[in-house]
Design a protein around this ligand. Structure first.
Ligand SMILES: Nc1ncnc2c1ncn2[C@@H]1O[C@H](COP(=O)(O)OP(=O)(O)O)[C@@H](O)[C@H]1O
Ligand code: SF4
Ligand SMILES: [Mg+2]
Length: 318
């Protein structure tokens, strides 16, 4: 898409955590290890990958909770640092566990009033009721404490709190992962409805392939700090190319396929040997297609048609 449409963009982004393991030793964790990603305005981009791939870290960098080690982060065409200075509330993050993100000592109404005030609004009872209505909660919950609510209701309050400041971008970090199956479906359809109605841009972080596929316009697959493939949701099943994306399909229940075939597309990889390699492709020790090149050179971004990009030497012409 042409320039000027990006809500968020990262270039050559890195976040390296240094952990003291003993008096003299420091271990490096490359949580984000050189990624490029564009999120267009009004788009829902799914960030899919197993635990430890760096998804939460990317979310925290976009919202300004974490600082990158290097690389560029831009929000609406401006450096993220500059943008967040004057639009602090414009990027909101909703976390997996509302028990830790909501203040247990504050009633729902007070939590929402505080958020409305932070967004420059009055925080009146009518505004609070309007927010509750948006997330399909009865106004009676104004006087409830989080401990008196179910998991799904608490997550609705967390969503309402994020909406209170009229954000341009919402980062949803595993927002339905802790919920029961039926509640999961309800919260997902609520967030989809709100997104369509309000038009915010969303980064939908999840380790769950069917859910990510259902809600996203575009999906970035992450593995150990790298984006390995960017593709349309339907291509996850119709045209998955990267060995890791194909590996993720091995956990997809066949009930979900509804007539679609995964013949020859699944690829079971071994458990990764740690620590991950510092040079070349992160999958080199577990990938059946690994060549000499994979051990030394970072896999390039290979455009394979439309917006489908795969980061793998198998598809590179050089
Ligand atoms: N504050 C931190 N200090 C040290 N290591 C961290 C910190 N936050 C995340 N990490 C490490 O960075 C890697 C990526 O973590 P994270 O972004 O939480 O991944 P994901 O959300 O995909 O599970 C993991 O190895 C994790 O242990
Ligand atoms: S770059 Fe090489 S090791 Fe990495 S996924 Fe592709 S073929 Fe496998
Ligand atoms: Mg996470």
């Amino acid at each position: 898409m042409a320039g000027g449409f990006e809500a968020a963009e990262v270039k050559e982004l890195r976040k390296i955590y240094r952990l003291k393991t003993s008096l003299k030793k420091v271990a490096e964790v490359r949580a984000i290890d050189g990624i490029d990603l564009k999120i267009n305005k009004g788009e829902v981009v799914g960030l899919l990958g197993e635990s430890g791939s760096g998804k939460t870290t990317l979310g925290k960098i976009l919202v300004g909770i974490e600082k990158p080690t290097s690389g560029e982060v831009r929000l609406f065409g401006t450096s993220a640092e500059e943008f967040l200075k004057s639009n602090r509330k414009s990027v909101q993050m909703i976390f997996q566990n509302p028990d830790t993100s909501l203040n247990p000592k504050m009633k729902v109404g007070d939590t929402l009033r505080e958020a409305l005030e932070a967004g420059g609004r009055v925080g009146s009872k009518d505004e609070i009721k309007e927010l509750l209505e948006m997330v399909e909660l009865d106004p009676k919950y104004i006087d409830y404490y989080p401990s008196q609510l179910s998991g799904g209701q608490k997550q609705r309050v967390a969503i309402a709190r994020a909406l209170a400041v009229k954000p341009s971008i919402i980062i949803g970090d595993e927002i339905v992962s802790a919920l029961d199956a039926t509640v999961k479906v309800q919260i997902l359809s609520l967030i989809q409805e709100l997104q369509r109605e309000l038009g915010f841009t969303m980064l939908f972080i999840s380790h769950d392939l069917p859910i990510t596929r259902a809600v996203s316009n575009k999906i970035a697959v992450m593995y150990l700090g790298k984006i390995v493939e960017i593709l349309e949701p339907r291509d996850l099943i119709e045209d998955p190319l990267h060995p890791y994306t194909r590996h993720l399909l091995t956990s997809l229940p066949s009930i979900y396929l509804k007539g679609l075939s995964l013949d020859g597309k699944r690829l079971k990889l071994k458990e990764l040997q740690t620590p991950p390699p510092a040079a070349g492709c992160k999958l080199q020790s577990i990938c059946p297609f690994a060549s000499e090149k994979c051990a030394h050179e970072n896999p390039p971004a290979v455009k394979v048609g439309g917006d489908h990009v795969v980061f793998c030497h198998l598809y590179s012409k050089n």
